[in-house]
Design a protein around this ligand. Sequence first.
Ligand SMILES: [Zn+2]
Length: 484
Amino acid sequence: MDEVKIGLEVHCQLTALKSKLFCGCSADYRGAPPNSHVCPVCLGLPGSLPVLNSKAIDLAVMVAIALNCKIAETTLFFRKNYYYPDLPKNFQISQYDRAGGVPIASEGYVTFRVDREKKTVRVRRVHLEEDPGKLHYPGTIETAPYVLVDYNRSGVALLEIVTEPELTSPRDARVFLQKLRSILEHLGVSDGSLEGAMRCDANISFGGGGRVEVKNISSFKEVERALGFEIVRQRDLVKRGAYVKMETRHWDDVRRVTISLRTKEEEQDYRYFPEPDLVPVRISAEKIERLSRDMPELPEARRERLMREYGLPEYDADVLTSDRAMANFFERCVAVYGKPKPVANWLMGDVLQCLHTLDVDIDQAKITPEHLAEMLKLMDDGVISIKIAKKLLWDMMKTGVTPARIVEDKGLIRITDWPTLENLAEKVFIEYPQAVKDAMIDDKAVHYLVGQLMALTKGRADPEVANQVIRKKLESLKAGCPSE
Ligand SMILES: [Zn+2]
């Protein structure tokens, strides 16, 4: 009854391309003034003719190989006809899987790991299409009094990757997307950290109800949120005895709700026609062979290598390679520091936790592999305690300052000096006389006193020395006043 089925349509820009899919305009449009990267072709002016960027085919084939797909021998472009302000020529050049249309690749799969469990989702198809322009709504889509259009993005090469509706939770959807991003980044075809480079539509059905499509989700975090919201909304409807109708909804990431755009019954049938200005594209077996030979290392291969080269357990290698930036960070840090396992442990433990809390990716945080290595050395050399190291990590993440500098500025060096700790223990004994009496007979109270000494030094005291100092003091008290 409670069954959730999620399918994803991921649009990723082939950011490795210098120019757009069908014209010579620069695809590097980010930060440029609106409508400055345009020409008659990508504006769709009458009489202009598209010319296919053949590099886009190569990149798409590489992705298809990495996603274990069958690659079409011949692929065609179609016109997807619809009227919308982001598409001035009234059709989008795309691919189609009906009426003789063949997408560039189909029937693949991706494996990913959620916690300890390995999962697989099938890829229905991969196809190439041009990106439409970008609409800017001042405020939200519902309240904006007008809309602005920027055609810089219009005509940029997009790869659409469609999964079968086999994902069963918002979390799985997010982890799958991360794995997909890692694959695309290892291939060097798409940089997911660029704004809008990877976008997603999700369809979700719940307990056999109607299929709801959620459009325009801008990041993987938002995918998880949008799907989470939809599950709650649909479950609520079902509970109240209502039927979940088939419809298309928009994810409002400001208010974090989905809102109805249109019900499926009203949705227009895109009239697909073969694109008469482009010839069919043949993909030869030689091309596929050459591309697979020259492919960069993929996450799966890298995982194997991390296990072999650094002696990491499979689980660690899996977690690290599910994010290209994380795997790079790991290898760089080990190159400087030398010990793989502690680096992996810190990355998968405290570092991931910090990133999660700060809601950033590792390449957005200010910490560098060199700084983490330096911190681990300070710990090995006994300059800082593990407790201080954990605190230090937060500072490094947020400020980018070197650990040595933070340690010096904040006076975080570990205290092992006996007289210093003895003086501080004196204060603890005066402040907690009852605990001192208890400690004479009960070991638990000894721990309490050590804890107070640690707290007094804000965790800087060496726990072993602190323990010895307290016990020594208790011994001498016992010897000094036996009647007490
Ligand atoms: Zn152009």
